[in-house]
Design a protein around this ligand. Sequence first.
Ligand code: ATP
Length: 241
Amino acid sequence: MLRVENLEVTYHNAIQVLRGLTLQVDQGDIIALLGANGAGKSTLLKAISGLLPLEKGLIDEGRVRFNERIINRVQPHELARAGLLHVREGRRIFAEMTVEDNLIAASYALSGRETKADYNMVYNFFPRLRERAKQTAGLLSGGEQQMLAIGRALIGQPSLMLLDEPSLGLAPQVVAEIFDIIQRINREQGVSILLVEQNANAAFNIADRAYILEHGRVVLEGAVADLRENDDIKTFYLGMG
Ligand code: ATP
């Protein structure tokens, strides 16, 4: 459903960040993308979801295909309507608005309409958001804000969700809770997921396959079951060295 072919990206300061990157997400997959700080993971997600021009980034070479359509120059809102939703790093929610109003705003932005069923679907995955529906979003815990960020994307009924470091800054128990829900979203709603993570253990618990990125290139890829046996992965990513 998603295919990135030989992608090369530079920023306005002429720094080349992606250097011939190829990867694929098939229907129903959860794919993890691991790599050190600065490897280019967030840049890849922005290149896929059309956000790169906002940061003066440029795709110099290569293609991004979503359901066979080349989307190199397609705008983020159009991709969102086509079912490709990007949950960006840092929980971009409206801090001054209530939880419910955040969901309503997402619904209008994505579809131009409001429907009750959308919110119930989100609340079924995240009962804590239902409990806090009338609370100001900025006062939620970090984990709840991440839930809301994912919930806002779910409103768009995505077929593919890009998740940028959902575990960032969260306690292990909260990470486990959120990753369980990500897995349920994948299984119950059939949403394919491309998951950027520093927390390899958490990502491997739910992913089918993974790509390891270094300096803008894929240096290793495979089924998670196989990668778990790789000595470098054990040492550098799973903390088993
Ligand atoms: P992290 O986990 O730290 O977010 P990452 O793997 O997601 O790392 P990117 O955020 O994609 O990496 O950044 C890759 C490189 O591109 C870094 O060297 C970064 O400084 C540079 N970079 C990122 N965004 C911009 C930008 N808007 N303009 C210029 N350079 C940028």
